[in-house]
Design a binder for this molecule. Sequence first.
Ligand code: ADE
Length: 386
Amino acid sequence: MASVENAAAPTRPDTTNETKTKKGVFGKAFASLKNKYVARHAKTDVEKKYKLGRELGTGNFAVVKLGTKRSCGTKYAVKIIDKALCAGKDDMIEMELAVLRQASHPHIVGMHEHFDTPSHLYLVLDYVEGGELFDRIVDEGNFTEQDASRITKQMTEAIQYLHDRKIVHRDLKPENLLFASKDNTDRILVTDFGLAKLIDDQTTLMTACGTPNYVAPEILLQKGYGKEVDVWSLGVILYILLCGYPPFYDESDAVLFEMIMKGKFDFDERYWRDVSKEAKSLIRNMLIVDPAKRLSTQQVLSHPWITGITDLPNVNLSKSISTNLKKHFSYVTPQVKSPEQPKVATTRTTTTTTTTAAVTTKVATVPEAAVPAPTARASAPIGTAV
Ligand code: ADE
């Protein structure tokens, strides 16, 4: 099930220590929005126009419901943000609205309209029916590096689009990546801009936020950070896409954050022997602790593992990835449930001693058990490592 827990998480620290530079197209949109940000709708306006149905996802301060437009029957995902629960965090709501109003990209969820009532903000979003990234990978019987490369390219293009417009997403994680269609995995869309922030080259963000497994080391170090944090998160997602477990993991967030700040991870041969050296090279260069040395979105898109997609190994990695995903991510719920694998979603909300970060995640089990040995490697590596 889609999660919107980061729509306005109560655990998020206050944002007042951030430099707020509002420049460019999004900056102007943001500035004008600030003046206009007064409730001007009633709940009945929404209900007159949309029939609100089943819940698509829930979070601390928001719920996403299926909305059917009464006039034409078109389905939407209506994100309902409870203003009372995010009092004092107006900037966050405004930013999410500003990004959604301006963004128009094939890999970013679009907004149809919004309703601002005294108590709630209703965002009428494109209904993305294909489900969450990891759920679908578990369901797919076939998943190759070519699929992972295509998905990574699309996610990176979406983030490059945001970065070009001075926006940092800051909460990239598999729950915020949805497939457009149930029938195929051809198109993925990035959603949830509840933590997005405007930034320019001079702007340094300070707020510790994100989701533990995907959070970049510079956020934890609290010396300021920028758009590079999104590439780190994409690197973590890519790593998981190819093996089914995270590069950094510990039950204790304090230990996990130490691991992330050291940037120490490996490619365990048991799970990585069928994966090309180009994929590993790309991951290594996305998970560089020093943000200045980390690849930019443009460099990711120019990497041979992305540009040379047709030459990539065609080995079906699905079995071991799915086994690991089901083992390490308790919320992954296959459409066809296997009776021996009942899943209980566990949500972990943590504040650590190493940082002031207070973050929410859904991770349950420790990666350890062996996965059946993958079969032979299909093709020789391509290209040169960056
Ligand atoms: N869950 C959260 N956002 C969604 C969307 N846009 N479409 C479908 N499910 C969702």
